[in-house]
Ligand binder design. Structure first.
Ligand code: NDP
Length: 252
């Protein structure tokens, strides 16, 4: 039982599809016990079954991360059932690009609610566990999912990009606050990854832009990001990879 992540407890949000799902599988393969957070319980149960069949350890904890109280309850379950988290992959997010002039207040709010407020609900619920793990085990990881959209200008991605810039800058600040407590804080900025993320886009122009991109470049896979998260989490405790920008080779 000498896998690189044996004994670690990883909480993963957005675990029911895409990047979160692939990362849950990868970290479980490496020996971590994974707590799977997302709304779709059926998808989480299916993932638990797959991980368990391959001798991994996983628990489904269905939750809407925009509900702060519900997230607190899940954190109490992680503490009680798994002894607390030493890794948080704070990854649930939604991308709804559209020209600002379309005044999609609903979509602006949905992105802010999940990508900013939801992210903070999860941080607030799990920080005590991460700090305790830093103290007791010498290292813990908080990895937030940002996006290349935090750095570059993509037309009609203003609100999404701003939520991801929030994640980026928050992560830099939190790294400085928590490093002395042996909690490493990282942010990952992927370029385009083929997941369900694109399927929620309603704006026709943005849909066309994405379809054109898919035809002309080979997108990253969720497994590419999962491998990067595993790399970050298995570095020696003195090493904190602050920020990783990972792009499809052909994406400008
Ligand atoms: P997916 O749409 O495949 O995954 C999003 C995940 O978030 C799902 O598991 C979804 O599960 C979960 N989720 C959505 N709303 C909630 C909620 N209210 N509470 C709890 N969980 C929720 O997309 P990706 O895997 O691509 O996205 C993961 C992250 O990566 C996001 O933060 C995204 O912004 C970021 N990203 C993605 C890129 C890409 O090109 N794909 C590029 C750069 C960054 P459920 O619906 O079951 O709740």
């Amino acid at each position: 039982d000498s896998q690189p992540m044996t004994g670690r407890v990883a909480v993963i949000t957005g675990a029911s599809s895409g990047i979160g799902e692939a990362t849950a599988e990868r970290l479980a393969e490496l020996g971590a016990t994974v707590a799977l957070l997302a709304r779709r319980a059926d998808r989480l149960d299916g993932l638990v079954e797959r991980i368990t069949k391959s001798d991994g350890s996983a628990v489904a904890m269905a939750v809407d991360v925009t509900d702060a109280e519900a997230v607190q309850e899940v954190a109490a379950r992680v503490a009680g059932e798994l002894g607390g988290a030493d890794l948080l992959f704070n990854n649930a997010g939604v991308m709804l690009p559209a020209p600002v002039e379309e005044l999609r207040f609903d979509q602006w709010q949905a992105q802010i609610d999940l990508n900013v407020s939801g992210l903070m609900n999860v941080i607030g619920a799990f920080i005590p566990q991460l700090v305790a793990a830093g103290r007791e085990r010498g290292v813990a990881d908080l990895i937030n999912t940002s996006s290349i959209a935090a750095e570059n200008i993509f037309p009609n991605f203003a609100v999404y990009s701003a939520t991801k810039a929030y994640v980026m800058h928050l992560s830099r600040h939190m790294r400085v606050e928590l490093g002395s407590k042996n909690v490493r804080v990282s942010a990952i900025e992927p370029g385009i990854v083929g997941t369900e993320l694109q399927s929620h886009v309603t704006d026709e122009g943005a849909q066309q832009w994405l379809e054109g991109s898919k035809k002309t470049i080979e997108w990253l896979t969720p497994e590419d990001i999962a491998a990067t998260i595993a790399f970050i989490a298995t570095l020696p405790p003195r090493v904190n990879l602050q920020q990783v920008t990972i792009m499809p080779t052909a994406q400008a």
